[in-house]
Design a binder for this molecule. Structure first.
Ligand code: KIV
Length: 275
């Protein structure tokens, strides 16, 4: 069954946990969709895990649209959420609506996500008024890495914790259908979750959130440049890929691959005429 923003809201009402992962390409999106995941985020994390940047700041609208199109072709039942890249919405309400619209029209996403607290509520309101569902994102917001001075846990002292609660409430009021809480203490995330009627999706925010999201390369052991404490590695696919690659190289060098079953046949009579 197709997951929609309504499914997400009903899940919170029914106390059912929401599952999300990031996705950036057709084949992975298809595998994830078949696994029954509720939502796929084409995150700007693609800048790091797919494009090899040190942070997410260089990701462009074109990058996100390109990858969202691929995910949308692969995923039929998951809710597809596309991330608004750095400087695609901070500049003005107008830019925010136009760029959110591009992610829906050109990327074929069904919702967008943007980072930030009180300063983005006017943008959220305008995007929602244009009939585009918005997922908020507070706590550690990687697009503000230069302000935070690194990828650090947020909301640890009283005033910072109160500010995050205030931001969550304001984002709900602005019309968001869900909100990502990234790298905030588990007990703070639980308080926010209980105060909101919209679902919270945690990443490094404990089990008290209404759902969870991880970057798939992290949970499958495919990205070794940076390993956040909150990641659980469910498989070491990176290691499996290395074993397979080494074997392939060996077999090509030894003439073991391709074998007969990987080759095409032609009549010997024709071959004789070719010499
Ligand atoms: O870009 C991303 O992958 C994200 C998730 C970590 C929530 O924003």
């Amino acid at each position: 069954m197709k997951n929609t923003v309504v499914t997400f809201n009903q899940a919170k009402e029914k106390n059912e946990r929401i599952t999300m992962l990031t996705a950036y390409d057709y084949s992975m999106a298809k595998l994830m969709d078949n696994s029954g995941i509720n939502g796929l985020l084409v995150g700007d994390s693609l800048g790091m895990v797919c494009l090899g940047y040190e942070d997410t700041l260089s990701v462009t609208m074109e990058d996100i649209i390109h990858h969202t199109k691929a995910v949308a072709r692969g995923a039929k039942n998951s809710l597809i959420v596309a991330d608004m890249p750095f400087m695609s919405y901070q500049t003005s309400v107008y830019d925010a609506v136009v760029n959110a619209g591009r992610l829906i029209k050109e990327g074929h996403a069904q919702a967008i996500k943007l980072e930030g607290g009180l300063e983005v509520c006017d943008k959220i309101e305008a995007i929602v008024k244009a009939s585009i569902p918005v997922m908020g994102h507070i706590g550690l917001t990687p697009q503000s890495v230069n302000v935070f001075g690194g990828f650090k846990v947020q909301g640890k002292d009283e005033s910072a914790a109160k500010r995050i609660i205030e931001e969550a409430i304001a984002i709900e009021k602005a019309g968001a259908f869900a909100i990502v809480l990234e790298c905030v203490p588990a007990k703070l995330a639980k308080i926010i979750t209980d105060k909101l009627t919209i679902p919270t999706i945690g990443i490094g925010a404990g089990v008290g959130c209404n759902g969870q999201i991880l970057v798939y390369q992290d949970m499958l052991g495919m990205y070794s440049d940076f390993k956040p404490k909150f990641v659980k590695q469910y498989e070491n696919i990176g290691e499996k890929i290395n074993v397979a690659l080494t074997k392939y190289i060996e077999e090509v060098r030894d003439g073991v691959f391709p074998a007969e079953e990987h080759s095409f046949k032609i009549d010997d009579e024709i071959i004789e005429k070719l010499y």
